[in-house]
Design a protein around this ligand. Structure first.
Ligand code: F6R
Length: 265
């Protein structure tokens, strides 16, 4: 694991943007895995800026989002499809038919989940997956005690997650109780993982995920078994990491070209 600590979320987003840029320049038809929520917003703003100012080309890119609420149509203002359109897809030159978000209105949810897994396989897997971190340790919507080998499936959201996400809805009663989410196993098969976490509210859980034992109660801790994962955190989220001085030293000793994501860690 490589832990990169930066002063602000925007600094983390610039580094994440460089990694996406390096990937797309090396592989124009790359497959990007994307997340929703507040955390990836600075990264998406950076990608939109890079499209506008640096001509970053998304025309060959395919995307897969991690999850979607069950029961919300794609044009619902709180659906993750809508979020992605607003935050990213409408502002870059990705081809709409190559953007994938699970269908929260699917009648046969199991078939939808299996089809999602097959679609990922059909394009050769995900090159780079962006992840946020839930305060309860979830990645995507793999809530505590999710199987660490799980695949795309239906999950019940915890009360904590529904409370955390209520800020996007009129009231907590409107927050769906179920979602379709990629599994931990699905995420572990992505070739590169980029997990972002910002703010003091994520400090404890990031320390557990990165420095604690691997356990289903903290699904993000499974990332410790992945061979190419970068954790991008601001100072506030890093505040409870025991080894934070060491992580800073490692990063500051890297050459610029390596920091720009052009080398595997
Ligand atoms: C969203 C997702 C979730 C969020 C997590 C953090 O697609 O997969 O795991 O990344 O709930 O949410 P924020 O970023 O809003 O704190």
């Amino acid at each position: 694991m490589e832990i990169i600590i930066q002063p602000t979320p925007e600094d983390c987003a610039r580094i994440g943007g460089k990694m996406v840029d390096a990937l797309l320049r090396q592989k124009a038809n790359a497959v990007l895995g994307l997340a929703t929520g507040s955390t990836p917003v600075p990264l998406y703003q950076e990608l939109v800026r890079m499209r506008r100012e640096d001509d970053l080309d998304f025309s060959g890119v395919t995307t897969f989002n991690l999850d979607e609420y069950i029961g919300l149509p794609g044009d619902h203002p709180c659906s993750y499809r809508h979020f992605m359109q607003q935050q990213l897809f409408n502002h870059i030159n990705v081809r709409p038919e190559r953007t994938h978000v699970p269908n929260g209105l699917a009648v046969d949810i199991k078939a939808e989940c299996n089809a999602y897994e097959s679609a990922i396989q059909a394009v050769g897997g995900i090159d780079l997956q962006v992840l946020g971190l839930g305060a309860d340790g979830h990645i995507a919507f793999n809530e505590p005690v999710s199987s660490l080998g799980s695949r795309t499936r239906i999950k019940t959201l915890t009360q904590k997650t529904r409370e955390d996400n209520a800020r996007f809805f009129d009231s907590i009663d409107d927050v769906p109780r179920h979602c379709i989410t990629m599994g931990v196993g699905t995420i572990m098969e992505c070739r590169k993982l980029l997990l972002f976490a910002f703010g003091e509210s994520k400090a404890e859980v990031i320390a557990e995920a990165v420095e604690g034992p691997i356990r289903a109660m903290v699904p993000a801790s499974a990332l410790q078994l992945h061979q190419n994962v970068k954790i991008l955190v601001d100072e506030a989220a890093a505040s409870k990491l025991q080894q934070r001085d060491y992580y800073k030293e490692v990063f500051s000793n890297k050459p610029d070209w390596q920091r720009a994501g052009r080398e595997e860690h």
